[in-house]
Ligand binder design. Structure first.
Ligand code: ATP
Ligand code: MG
Ligand code: MG
Ligand code: MG
Length: 475
């Protein structure tokens, strides 16, 4: 089954069950000061769940463009290294706004996966909220447990804790238990390597969560206590690329027809080969992933820039350019040449790509060009720093200057140094970084970029992105 067929099968299945097919909301959010990018299908329906507005149809289905590179959901570091977390991905979802609840949500999900899409039942596991002994004092979600027990053998039902199986919108508002569906597509040989039965969260690239069914049944009040919601809601999210991996019988999202054409194009442009060497593979995956994030963002009207969402996009693009520069030896702009294959592949489902194609190519090409110039200049400056180094360790504050003032990536500095048998004074670098962070913290209002974390987790503030990026090792 092609990815196009999978997408339409999903939408049509729920359409036949009286769901209204709605368009994806933009991936870049312009009117919510607390959220920069859509990170889940339910974002656009927030007001319905809060009871602030009433939907025209009590059931909806869609595929939502999501980006998880900031705030509570920041998967950037995994991208490329693993084979199933992306920056930009499609989240398939079906919703009930005060309409159907657990029985329908569970049985339809199962029917779709096993009867319509014909996934082998033996590779599926489900999880159910086990309850919590904290102040909430919640018991096992027996409703979900019993519904699953009627469908799957009991040893395929895994009990999960609050972290994995209880969803909250924020420190107040709708919340409730969730049930996840995981697919274990390891080969028999792989399974034999692990003793015992198959495990959910086995930390294996072929054991992945594909679908999350959230049952909003409580409201968390300002005093922290829970009360039952008068109208209960269903919110589900399924990773489209992961579903394609399972259905197309491949081992990685990057081997599906969602990514394959892009990877083939990268191979052709950079004269590289995917699947031969882990370092090259990571670089190719990063590029194949990031071109989507950047292109969809520009199509949404968010160009790379020096602030806010634009800055996040600029960093993503630069990250890809850097991987190409370092591991695929790309010294000329090349990312923009991937836009046509992406558009061919996804332009029917997301016409904005077709409409904005020329702009996307021009913007990416220009960004690449100027960043490559920065890299060139940085290399000259780095040579000077190296020439002035006393001993084998290179001054961390100087490296920070190169990073901070010239935008020269610190991981590239570290890599070049190690190639020359030198090392970086990491302590000096960290100190300079900390001082700079302190300066920007006091200078600017903390920007919250994910309304799911309005509880005020300071780790999530935007300045952390820089710090994170600086700490990322290339491989
Ligand atoms: P994971 O545990 O794999 O990080 P999650 O629990 O963070 O996933 P949810 O917030 O439950 O994910 O989102 C619903 C679904 O979206 C997941 O079941 C998964 O299939 C998919 N998904 C989540 N994050 C990503 C990502 N970064 N790239 C691709 N698909 C994703
Ligand atoms: Mg996650
Ligand atoms: Mg999870
Ligand atoms: Mg989940």
């Amino acid at each position: 089954m092609t990815s196009k067929e999978i997408r339409s099968q999903f939408l049509n299945f729920y359409k036949e069950k009286d769901h209204k097919i709605v368009p994806s909301a933009p991936m870049v959010i312009k009117d919510d000061p607390t959220l920069m990018f859509t990170n889940a299908g339910m974002n656009q329906f927030k007001e319905f769940f809060l009871g602030n507005s009433i939907p025209k149809s009590p059931r909806a289905v869609d595929t939502q463009k999501c980006l998880r590179v900031s705030g509570k959901h920041n998967d950037l570091e995994e991208v490329g290294k693993d084979t199933y977390h992306h920056t930009m991905f499609e989240m398939l979802g079906n919703w009930s706004f005060g309409d159907y609840f657990k029985p329908e949500a569970i049985s339809w999900a199962w029917e779709l996966l096993t009867e319509v899409l014909k996934i082998d039942k033996d590779c599926l596991y489900v999880s159910v909220f086990e309850g919590s002994k904290d102040a909430d004092n919640l018991s096992l979600d027996t409703e979900a447990f019993d519904l699953w027990k009627a469908i799957v053998p009991e040893d395929r039902i895994i009990l999960g804790n609050k972290k994995d199986n209880f969803w909250e919108m924020g420190d107040q508002g709708p919340c409730g238990p969730c049930s996840e569906i995981h697919a274990d597509i390891r080969s028999a040989e792989e399974k034999a390597k692990v003793s015992g039965a198959s495990l959910v969260n086995a930390d294996h690239p072929q054991v992945v969560e594909i679908w999350n069914l959230v049952f909003m049944q409580y409201n968390r009040k300002a005093d922290g206590s829970l009360e039952p919601l008068p109208a209960k809601h269903v919110d589900t999210g399924m990773g489209f690329e992961r579903l394609c991996m399972v259905l197309q019988n491949v081992q990685s999202n990057y081997e599906t027809d969602v990514f394959k054409p892009i990877i083939r194009e990268i191979e052709a442009i950079t004269h590289s080969k995917y699947g031969k060497n882990e370092e090259t593979d990571i670089a190719i995956r990063v590029i194949a992933d990031h071109i989507r994030a950047v292109s969809f963002s520009i199509a949404d009207g968010q160009l790379p820039s020096n602030t806010g969402a634009g800055y996040v996009i600029r960093r993503i693009l630069r990250r890809a350019v850097r991987y190409g520069f370092t591991f695929l030896n790309t010294k000329e702009p090349f990312m923009y040449r991937l836009v046509s294959v992406l558009t061919e592949n996804m332009g029917d489902a997301f016409p904005e790509l077709k409409e904005q194609r020329q702009l996307i190519e021009n913007v990416i090409k220009e960004e690449e060009h100027s960043f490559l110039k920065t890299l060139d200049q940085g290399l000259v400056l780095l040579d000077q720093i190296i020439a002035n180094a006393k001993g084998k360790e290179v001054n961390g504050r100087k490296a920070f200057e190169l990073y901070d003032t010239y935008g020269f990536p610190i991981d590239l500095t570290a890599l070049i140094l190690s190639e020359k048998g030198l090392s970086l004074d990491e302590k000096g670098f960290e100190e300079a970084m900390q001082e700079q962070k302190n300066r920007s913290k006091s200078a600017s209002e903390i920007s919250k970029d994910d309304w799911e974390v309005l509880s005020g987790d300071l780790e999530q503030e935007f300045v952390g992105y820089d710090a994170l990026e600086a700490n990322v090792k290339l491989v």
